[in-house]
Ligand binder design. Structure first.
Ligand code: AMP
Length: 296
């Protein structure tokens, strides 16, 4: 596996792959890799000739500086895991490589300069305003900013994202459409721990007890799915809120049932011929966790 640190090295590598008529599957990550990430690499390997992964803890998508500071970084183990999974190249830039000094200075000052980069000023409409959009101001524009930069450099045929970040997937699809990018977005299923907890790099920051108790997050979603035919929307939401409240270590940030395409809150349930997704965000021991499940 080749390790690339500069944009120049990365585009030289991907240009070369393309010139040899090989397709490129791209898996962007923030590192601290687990089996969820590796499942995206596996899918990319299955569908493409070469797999490129990136590891970059992107400062512009963090709305909480503590979260950025405490984000787990395990680069050596990450590289071993990627190599074992058969990844062909990994791009590991530092912050200066990805952002100009001006971009970083403006971010530090909290100045919103719409002229920076293309992803930064996209309006995602409702998709960008509900749930994570409402609770993490600026997060999705930071995601779009870095992913558009990475897509322009790698020019992948396909790019792989986890359904774990369901709203992020919708944001990326919207970005690709609005910027007329050629890449095909592939969504991959959520990989869970044995107790049902969705795998996440942030799980590393939980104590063993918290990790055990965190199982109630997915249990809530599984229960809601079981009950979806018996209860109306208000009853389902009440049920979920009361169920999660039984765990005193957890604070619920939101539980929402949304149209799985538009992400608009579902009011009349079930909606004819439309699928819904139940999404949850909680805080547990200072760590913010999200999960979701498709309902029907
Ligand atoms: P991150 O490193 O958290 O930015 O995640 C990188 C990619 O891995 C994103 O597309 C995530 O949705 C995906 N991912 C993270 N956790 C999981 C999981 N448990 N199952 C499937 N995909 C995941």
């Amino acid at each position: 596996m080749i390790i690339l640190n500069s944009k120049l090295q990365l585009s030289a590598y991907t240009d070369n792959v393309r010139n040899q008529h090989n397709s490129i599957g791209f898996v962007p990550t923030m590192g601290a890799l687990h089996s969820g990430h590796i499942s995206l690499v596996d899918m990319a390997k299955y569908q493409c000739d070469k797999v490129v992964c990136s590891i970059f803890v992107n400062p512009t998508q963090f709305n909480d500086l503590n979260d950025l500071k405490n984000y787990p970084r395990t680069i050596e183990v990450d590289c071993q895991m990627l190599e074992k999974a058969g990844c062909d190249a990994v791009f590991i830039p530092d912050v200066q490589e990805m952002y100009s000094t001006q971009e970083l200075e403006l971010k530090k000052q909290g100045v919103e300069d719409k002229s920076w980069t293309e992803g930064k000023d996209i309006d995602f409409g409702i998709i960008g305003r509900v749930m994570e959009g409402a609770h993490r101001p600026g997060h999705f524009n930071g995601v779009a900013q870095i992913v558009s930069k990475l897509f322009r450099l790698v020019k992948p045929d396909k790019a792989y994202f986890g359904q774990k970040d369901f709203q992020q997937l919708a944001i990326i699809r919207s970005m690709v459409k609005q910027l007329d990018m050629k890449v095909e977005i592939i969504s991959c299923p959520i990989i869970r721990e044995k107790n049902g907890l969705a795998m996440s790099s942030r799980n590393e920051r939980l104590t063993p007890l918290e990790r055990e108790r965190a199982a109630i997050i997915s249990q809530t979603l599984f229960q809601v799915k079981e009950l979806q035919k018996q209860k109306n929307i208000t009853e389902l939401k009440d049920f979920a809120e009361n169920f999660i409240k039984t765990e005193p270590l957890i604070q619920l940030e939101y539980f929402e049932i949304s149209n799985s395409e538009t992400l608009e809150p579902v009011i009349n349930y079930p909606q004819a011929n439309k699928s819904a997704v139940a999404c949850i965000a909680v805080k547990l021991g200072g760590v913010r966790l999200i999960d979701n499940i498709l309902l029907y």
